[in-house]
Design a protein around this ligand. Structure first.
Ligand code: SF4
Length: 329
């Protein structure tokens, strides 16, 4: 991997959450000791079920949430001390729902030029030129400049959102489920566009999705998140060819789930996603794991290196009594 452009070092985010009117606030570890590293031009797919902590991680990277502990570095520089505007020049988001992320009362020209105006870049004439060029880049004609989001299709709106994210020439783009709200036929057009833009501008993406099929299309590496932890990370080919963690296997099986509108995968694990306020003991995945043994209920697995990353499971830990060197899921 090239020198990391984005690094997360032991990042954690804990909220205090009250249950019921008279309940005492309890800690909720939304992100739990996450370390990740992205080289320039890489696409890291971050997958997991709804509530696993991936959107909290996105907010931390965008400076919308402070981590409770740990560090986020861009080009080796901690973002903690940077102001929001400086950070926004380097990291831009594309959100899931282009219907709600675009102001319905503003024209497309106003929406796409907003970052330039906020950052005081150029004069009106140069900003207008920049907006036209960026719209062209994302495949939208200049005639949409004076239209409103309501006059556009879902795919066109997501192209507007991409233009708005790219107009400041960011280094990193956080794509938070950018195709989930779109028709299947439009999804692949947007994924292809994101791929082309990445290749042309050397962009680095953190691509958040519940859908491993989408991630396989775009990502160079994949991190699988469960209850705030990265339970498996690997190069995309390795992860799909030889998943090591039982949860990764469940997610891969869920790709075959027929209803694409479910929003979160049917992981076929028999029991519901646990409440993050009172996570299961030991390995948090044990109540849903078909391979769990007594040790899994009492001891959390440690990260063990695997090709291109790591896996957290006793079955892959040579120091564990459960170690099975020939085990594949
Ligand atoms: Fe399953 Fe145990 Fe591995 Fe956790 S540590 S994933 S419960 S086998």
């Amino acid at each position: 991997m090239s020198a990391p452009v984005l690094e997360l070092k032991n990042v954690a985010k804990t909220y205090r959450v009250k249950q019921g009117m008279f309940g005492k606030p309890k800690p909720l570890n939304a992100v739990n000791d996450v370390s990740l590293s992205l080289g320039r031009g890489e696409v890291l797919g971050l997958v997991g079920e709804s509530g696993c902590g991936k959107s909290t991680l996105a907010k931390i990277l965008l400076g919308l949430e402070e981590p409770t502990s740990g560090q986020v570095l861009v080009d080796g520089e901690a973002i903690g001390g940077q102001d929001r505007l400086a950070l926004a020049r380097r990291i831009q988001p594309i959100f899931q729902d282009p219907y709600s992320s675009l102001n319905p009362r503003k024209t497309i020209a106003d929406i796409v030029s907003l970052p330039l105006r906020v950052h005081g870049v150029g004069d009106a004439k140069s900003r207008a030129k920049s907006v036209r060029e960026t719209l062209e880049l994302v495949g939208l004609p200049a005639r949409v400049l004076n239209t409103y989001p309501s006059q556009m299709s879902g795919g066109q709106r997501q192209r507007v959102a991409i233009a708005r994210a790219l107009i400041m020439h960011p280094e990193i783009v956080i794509c938070d489920e950018p195709t989930s709200a779109l028709d299947v036929s439009v999804q692949s057009q947007i994924l292809n566009l994101l791929n082309e833009l990445r290749a042309e501008f050397g962009l680095t993406y953190l691509f958040i999705s519940h859908d491993l099929a989408v991630v396989e299309h775009l990502a160079t590496r994949v991190a699988v998140m469960y209850l705030g932890r990265i339970v498996e990370e690997a190069d995309v080919g390795d992860l799909f060819d030889a998943p090591r963690h039982p949860y990764t296997r469940a997610l891969l099986n869920s790709v075959l789930t027929p209803d694409p509108s479910l929003g979160v995968p049917d992981t076929q694990l028999g029991s519901a996603y646990p409440n993050p306020i009172s996570p299961p003991s030991g390995c948090h995945f044990h109540p849903r794991c078909p391979f769990a043994e007594t040790l899994c209920k009492t001891k959390a697995p440690r990260p063990v290196p695997r090709a291109g990353g790591h896996v957290e499971c006793h079955l892959h830990d040579p120091d564990s009594t459960m170690y099975r060197p020939d085990f594949t899921v």
